[in-house]
Ligand binder design. Structure first.
Ligand code: PNW
Length: 498
């Protein structure tokens, strides 16, 4: 009895000592799952092979290559279409529990429509991946939509701006559940609608890079995405859950927004920013409707701008019922933190979502930077954010579906290694000290890949890919070796307390 008390105190002391040095020395819970993430357009290549249809990223990179930093595209990318066995080798070597990948919609349905041609070769490609993952005891987390809309849906009816997309997406989702659902434990309807609606329809930072109606189109896009998400959720729930026994949800991204000072107003600004970023989607899915602060602010500004109704679309009460509760967990992509400062509302003029928010966002100069201007290393932000989600959304199960660091691709990458160590340490504190229900983590990314408009200039992989070699050989970085040890020991430091 005495001995166990002494041992216990010793453990606590050891833990406190290591925490003082910065990195938590507790082990991740035994049922916590680790993995890595990728997305189809960023790794597959084979953009027009074996019957794949064109998608909006093929189209954008081919028609306006100037938009991409190095004029590159995903035509070949990591050539993972021909190299899944190699990638599987990397997954096995890391010892992952999970692999998060996305399906290329136009590889399965070249026109996007269920009643167009169904591409058997595309189906065979994913069938092969999912079978091999299963044979190797690796769980699949499958994203149905990671930004690569079939181009014909964009051209035929304007993609995410048209209500037609809801049925078209639902048919695609049903087909995917039907074909692959027996091998998929976690379905993700959408990756980061915040990014693809804002950047795709306002800032031109992502395909389809349409900037016709700032302050309007992005909200329409989000509205259609939320309805499509709810449809897919209910299809799974009603038709597949009982037999396939998986889970389904959405992946949302946000920075943590930290008040820039103790001033109450800066806290209000931080909260407002979180609501406009994360609450925009999380609030409807958990509570049924958009955050009140969005409804109020966009409504008031629209009126002053002379619109006869709010630029933020309204859900009917039936839609609210349909959307509320459509999540089995929350998928969170988190990379960084920003500071917020309250400012006077931007003047009424041309509508824009930034004006709707009217918050000044900035960084602390002391934060370590990366090769992506939006990634600063601020590990404690992850702990604060997961706590905020716990408090605002009924303590949901959370899976961190992306987190990672961007550099220029060195094999010896101590800064990435450190990023993972510190963010995972912050996560341990959230789990053990705050009771946040985080059950898994997939690092972005398995391999260096096509980083959207940054092309191949920013690298986020645990493995390097030689893009000038036609064979696209992969080499593990120092961070991959570290991550492998973490997965094997469930521990971030040389020795953890038991
Ligand atoms: C994610 N932000 O995008 C995407 O899901 C990945 O496809 C991408 O490669 C990865 O992050 C790294 O960029 C984000 O500004 C883009 O906060 C921007 C932000 C967050 C996520």
């Amino acid at each position: 009895m005495f001995l166990s008390k002494v041992l216990f105190s010793l453990c606590i002391l050891l833990h406190l000592w290591t925490t003082a040095t910065g990195v938590d020395n507790r082990k991740f819970p035994s049922n916590f799952k680790f993995g890595v993430a990728t997305a189809a357009y960023q790794i597959e290549g084979a953009w027009d092979e074996d019957g794949k249809g064109e998608n909006i990223w093929d189209h954008l990179t081919h028609t306006t290559p100037d938009l991409v930093y190095d004029g590159s595209n995903g035509d070949i990318a990591c050539d993972s279409y021909h190299k899944f066995d190699t990638d599987l080798g990397l997954l096995k070597d890391l010892g992952v529990d999970y692999y998060r990948l996305s399906l290329s919609w136009s590889r399965i349905l070249p026109t996007g429509h269920i009643d167009g041609q169904i591409n058997e070769a595309g189906i065979a490609y994913y069938e092969d991946i999912l079978t091999k993952l299963q044979e190797n005891g690796i769980e699949a987390l499958v994203t149905l939509y990671h930004w690569d809309l079939p181009q014909s849906l964009q051209e035929d009816f304007g993609g995410w701006l048209n209500e037609t997309i809801v049925d078209v997406y639902a048919n695609y989702a049903r087909l995917a559940f039907d074909l692959f659902g027996d091998k998929v434990q976690h379905w993700i309807t959408f990756n980061e609608p915040h990014i693809f609606c804002l950047d795709g329809y306002e800032t031109a930072g992502k395909a389809p890079a349409i900037t016709d109606a700032p302050g309007i189109d992005l909200y329409t896009c989000a509205h259609m995405v939320l309805k499509s998400h709810a449809r897919a959720y209910h299809i799974y729930d009603n038709e597949y859950r009982e037999t396939q026994k998986g889970k389904i949800s959405i992946v949302l991204n946000t920075n943590w927004f930290e008040p820039g000072s103790d001033d109450e107003k800066d806290s209000e600004a931080a909260e407002r920013h979180l609501q406009f970023f994360f609450g925009w989607f999380a609030n409807p899915i958990v509570h049924g409707n958009y955050p009140q602060v969005m409804i109020d602010r966009i409504g008031e500004r629209s009126e002053k701008e002379g619109f006869n109704k709010s630029r933020l679309p309204e859900f009917t009460s039936q839609e609210i019922e349909d959307i509320k509760g459509t999540y089995d967990f929350i998928g969170l992509n988190h990379y960084s933190t920003s500071l917020t400062q309250w400012i006077e509302d931007n003047e009424i003029g041309e509508p824009s979502s930034l004006n709707d928010i009217s918050v000044k966002v900035y960084d602390d100069d002391s934060w370590e930077s990366s090769s992506s201007d939006w990634i600063k290393v601020v590990p404690w932000g992850l702990r604060k954010l997961t706590n905020w989600i716990k408090d605002n959304y009924n303590n949901p199960e959370i899976i961190i579906t992306e987190n990672g660091f961007s550099d220029t691709g060195e094999i010896d990458d101590p800064r990435r290694l450190n990023y993972y160590r510190e963010y995972l340490s912050s996560l341990l504190e959230a789990i053990y000290d705050d009771g946040v229900n985080v059950t898994g983590y997939t690092a972005w990314s398995l391999i260096d890949n096509f980083e959207w408009l940054q092309g191949y200039s920013a690298k986020l992989g645990l493995h390097s890919v030689n893009f000038s070699d036609p064979e696209r050989p992969r080499t593990p970085k120092s961070s991959a070796k570290y991550y492998k040890t973490v997965l094997a020991t469930r521990c971030l430091v040389d020795e953890c307390i038991e």
